[in-house]
Design a protein around this ligand. Structure first.
Ligand SMILES: O=C(O)COP(=O)(O)O
Ligand SMILES: [Mg+2]
Length: 258
């Protein structure tokens, strides 16, 4: 069993002991973990959930922490993962453009029409610009990683189109101006009165850097690029789901201090 699970289950057991209140005030301050999905809680590559990583997140949730997925996937995928995975039932998806609170409650922060206009302009100027086959989006356009991103950014600038173009390592995303995982998650922070001091962000790609910026503690996994690692306050060496376990393990003794 990974060390983190033993560690947290140790705390859990101590809650029912006579030291419950002491342990609770000293060790456990409610935190909010803002967690990326692909490359963070997956097995390395492939998109299959790393079950030990998911179990560790479920335990954190059971201990009273928030665990909220913040993903470039649709917010419905993030939300369903929280339902089936047993974490906090709210998700930020579409790379920050959409928050799902329930089956019929979505907050749309971006505007898909301006992203579609940007797509047309890029397609008219570059070869090989194709949409990725993904679950339906309400606020963004998702593309295959088959063209030069910097060139596309240049084209957008020349056409005075203010949108965000980013690379999650799984897809390229066109989001409305000012929309990213950081701004999307900030809406949840406002809604749930969560302070930056209590946020731990965990991710693996450039799209997670804006999320790192709204968190006091940020963790880049071993599969992240150097610029992403240098934007985080903590780095770990293991990749994807194994890296998430390493990160929680590293964090566990310090959770009361951060
Ligand atoms: O862009 C994607 O589909 C990958 O999403 P992620 O933000 O969960 O890594
Ligand atoms: Mg990722």
């Amino acid at each position: 069993m990974p060390k983190i699970l033993t560690y947290f289950s140790g705390w859990h057991i101590s809650f029912s002991s006579k030291y419950y209140s002491v342990q609770k005030t000293i060790l456990v301050k409610k935190k909010t973990f803002a967690v990326d999905i692909d490359g963070t809680i997956t097995e390395n590559g492939g998109g299959r959930i790393h079950l030990d990583a998911l179990e560790a997140l479920r335990r954190l949730t059971n201990l009273g922490h928030n665990v909220i997925f913040v993903t470039g996937r649709s917010s419905v995928e993030g939300f369903l993962l929280s339902v089936f995975g047993g974490t906090t039932k709210i998700a930020v998806g579409e790379n920050g453009g959409c928050i799902t609170l329930n089956s019929d409650e979505h907050i749309l922060l971006g505007n898909i029409d301006e992203c579609k206009i940007a797509l047309k302009v890029i397609q008219n100027n570059l070869e090989n610009v194709k949409e990725k086959s993904v679950f339906p989006r309400m606020t963004e356009v998702v593309l295959q990683r088959t063209f030069d991103l910097d060139l596309a950014r240049q084209i957008l600038a020349e056409n005075n189109l203010k949108v965000e173009l980013s690379d999650s390592q799984y897809a390229y995303h066109i989001n409305s101006h000012g929309i990213d995982k950081g701004t999307g998650f900030s809406e949840i922070m406002k809604k749930l009165s969560i302070s930056r001091d209590d946020v731990v962000a965990i991710g693996d790609s450039a799209t997670d850097v804006p999320l790192f910026k709204v968190a006091k503690t940020s963790i880049a996994l071993g599969n992240a690029s150097e610029p992403v690692k240098s934007a985080a306050t903590i780095t770990v060496s293991a990749h994807a789901g194994d890296g998430l376990l390493e990160a929680l393990d590293k964090l566990a003794p310090k959770l009361s201090e951060i």
